[in-house]
Write a protein that binds this ligand. Structure first.
Ligand code: GLN
Length: 200
């Protein structure tokens, strides 16, 4: 293998980036906090973490990162959005503010803050066939849901009622929950497999 320790950039402007960086180190990757365009020079994959999508989007533009991130994604650098990151990656959201900067790359429509007030935040065991038999314990923190998937999008996990909460489109991955706080490295491992498949 030509790239035994992939370099994964985690957008570190706001939100839950430190837990991702720690989890990446645990699964044998090098997690790099991305705050400046030059931090993206040598990365093999990108994680857009959870947080507040409107804030992350605005800061992405202010820090000069939006266009270069979009270019990397369009060039096929694998990207994974968790929660707010998934919102930023989706082509359509139910209530994107006028002019809200998005990366608009995945052929999905999401609904922000979709789990009404009672279930805004909850935990549940998900079946995720690509991760194997054992359920994945998922933490939803004011997360979105995926309302519609378009051509080329694979559904990786749903809630028991059929709500789509994890998707993949080529080298793009999206989860409506927070795998970085689960203490279970399988999703990070799965993303690394995608990264390795394009950097071999
Ligand atoms: N509710 C947030 C948003 O709309 C996402 C929450 C999260 O990332 N945990 O951006």
């Amino acid at each position: 293998m030509s790239n035994p320790k992939p370099h994964i950039g985690v957008l570190a402007l706001q939100g839950d980036f430190e837990a991702h960086i720690k989890m990446l180190e645990d699964v044998g990757a090098h997690g790099i906090a991305i705050r400046l365009p030059r931090h993206l020079d040598t990365i093999d994959g990108i994680i857009i973490p959870g947080g507040e999508s409107t804030t992350i989007g605005k800061l992405m533009v202010e820090y000069g990162l939006h266009d270069i991130l979009l270019r990397k994604i369009q060039e096929g650098v694998p990207v994974w959005g968790t929660c707010a990151g998934l919102i930023l990656l989706s082509k359509e959201t139910d209530n994107a503010l006028l002019g809200q900067p998005l990366l608009a790359s995945m052929n999905i429509r999401v609904r922000r803050n979709a789990f009404g007030s009672q279930r805004e935040s909850f935990e549940t065991d998900l079946k995720v066939p690509v991760l194997g038999e054992a359920p994945f314990h998922a933490f939803f923190i004011r997360g979105p849901l995926v309302e519609r998937v378009g051509a080329g999008v694979e559904v990786l996990a749903t809630l028991d009622n059929g709500t789509i909460v994890a998707v993949r489109e080529g080298t793009m991955l999206g989860t409506a929950f927070h795998p970085e706080v689960a203490g279970d490295p399988r999703f990070h491992d799965y993303f690394l497999r995608i990264v390795r498949s394009v950097t071999l």
